[in-house]
Design a protein around this ligand. Structure first.
Ligand code: SAH
Length: 456
């Protein structure tokens, strides 16, 4: 099909939908145009920026009509960088958008009969992230922190990241200024030169303990100890300064090698009244308050009793495992990152829980081993990364025949795919409850409960 629009053309469009990335969708005949800063129901004059065979991209330059769901933009850069692509949509409409995305994903997977509950939102809707990972590049006053423009290498210096804990934003500026004082050079990705690639900061939501991770291209960081001491002195909440070395040409932020520069190699935080040690490479939910609400929900909607055997697959540092442990006879956790399992085992001791077993490995392989050992789980919790469950994991899960499966998902598309397999494998999807863990963004998180069908 020939494209009905040309690059740099200005055209009036009616927006009929919002894409999963938060772009307004208009159609000319059947040709979709994705429009930045445009909401369903709006009529806009759009400037065409990119034309492809199957669709085009545009940006709204004038709004002829304005949606009642529109709120003021805080800063256009927050959309351009992908930090807050839904910032122009009222929060109530953001929640509806997310519920709809889940309904659509289930429909595509042939599960249109499943009822999806309204997305549970949160307050406040900004400043909720307990973790920042910001790239460092050269600026006019020495190194700068910022973000990249979406789908581009263009660096935009920033100092207000809007959805991050404001204490983290303030700390980022302090760390940036210390690195400037020490004359540390910024990474240059085209030449693969320079030193500082990223600054990562984690701050415990309840504990307020902070970890600063300096991600460098090579091991040599001139005056590393003094830099770390200066950071600890300037930021009293910092209990850990870590150098992470990433010498690869890659978008992956953390490298494999790590050195402790000051303090201890972990922070401590609390979730559902349990204490957790969290080290740099371990996964930790970025929105603690909503994650607690979500885990509470998952625990409440599963039948746990002192005889229950449970499994927590994709367990990270054991946040779900140890929250469930007090209610069951035994729980098994599996996780691929060895450091996270190291944390999980320490966390079990920290909370005086001795009925949890943790194994480092691939969930799909360890699940099979457990099956072969005859471990018969009554309830299985799964919380996989975006790509969802490995298909052999799903197969073993179905063969294990737990009475209930609680699936926590951060990607409705792979969730719906897996839900269809579990449904075919003898399960009924009884609850789908989305939680808004990432306000202002298009990310969606949900808890689902599957019940094993009675065998007649
Ligand atoms: N339930 C935990 C972690 C969820 S994130 C929490 O809420 O904190 C998903 C986790 O799955 C990550 O820790 C990631 O390292 C792990 N993971 C990814 N692929 C895996 C695999 N194939 N097998 C086991 N764990 C995996």
């Amino acid at each position: 099909m020939n494209s009905p629009v040309k690059k740099n053309q200005d055209i009036t469009l009616e927006i009929i939908d919002l894409s999963y990335e938060g772009l307004g969708v208009a159609k000319l005949d059947h040709y979709p145009i994705f429009v930045d800063d445009a909401l369903p129901g709006e009529k806009v004059i759009a400037h065409i920026v990119k034309v492809g065979k199957k669709f085009a991209f545009a940006k709204a330059i004038q709004h002829l009509t304005v949606s009642s769901n529109r709120v003021d933009l805080k800063d256009r850069q927050l959309t351009q960088t992908g930090i807050a692509p839904l910032q122009h949509l009222s929060y109530a409409a953001q929640l509806q958008f997310k519920t709809q995305q889940v309904i659509q994903a289930l429909k595509k997977a042939g599960l249109s009969q499943v009822k999806v509950a309204d997305t549970i939102g949160m307050n406040p809707t900004v400043g909720y992230r307990n973790k920042a990972q910001v790239p460092v590049r050269r600026g006019k006053d020495g190194l700068d922190i910022g973000f990249f423009r979406k789908n581009s290498h263009q660096f935009i210096p920033m100092d207000d990241f809007y959805i991050q804990d404001p204490a983290i934003d303030r700390a980022l500026i302090v760390v940036r200024d210390i690195l400037r004082q020490f004359g540390v050079s910024a990474y240059d990705e085209t030449k693969h030169e320079g030193v500082m690639r990223h600054i990562m900061i984690r701050r415990g939501y309840h504990s307020h303990e902070m970890m600063v991770v300096l991600v460098t291209r090579k091991k040599k960081l001139f005056k590393a100890q003094q830099i770390a001491q200066a950071i600890m002195a300037a930021l009293p909440e910092v209990v850990s300064v870590v150098q992470n070395i990433n010498d690869q040409r890659t978008n992956v932020i953390l490298g494999k090698e790590e050195t402790l520069l000051a303090g201890r190699p972990y922070i401590e935080d609390e979730m559902l009244q349990h204490q957790f040690y969290i080290s740099a490479p371990s996964f930790y939910q970025v929105n603690t308050a909503q994650a607690e609400a979500m885990y509470q929900y998952a625990i409440h909607h599963t039948q746990l009793n002192p005889d229950t055997i449970a499994i927590d697959a994709y367990c990270g540092i054991g946040t779900i495992t140890l929250s469930v442990a007090p209610f069951v006879k035994h729980i098994y956790g599996v996780e691929i990152v060895p450091e996270a399992i190291h944390d999980a085992k320490k966390n079990a001791r920290l909370n005086h829980l001795d009925n949890a077993t943790f194994v480092a490995g691939k969930a799909e392989e360890v699940m099979k081993e457990w099956q072969q050992k005859g471990i018969q789980a009554d309830v299985v919790f799964v919380d996989p990364p975006r790509k969802g469950l490995a298909s052999d994991f799903t197969q073993t899960l179905i063969e294990t025949q737990p009475k209930q499966i609680s699936y926590i998902s951060c990607n409705p598309a792979t969730f719906a795919r897996d839900a269809a397999l579990l449904t075919q494998g003898g399960y009924t999807l009884s609850i789908v409850q989305p939680f808004d863990m990432f306000p202002q963004t298009t990310h969606i998180e949900l808890v689902a409960i599957f019940e094993r069908n009675e065998v007649l």
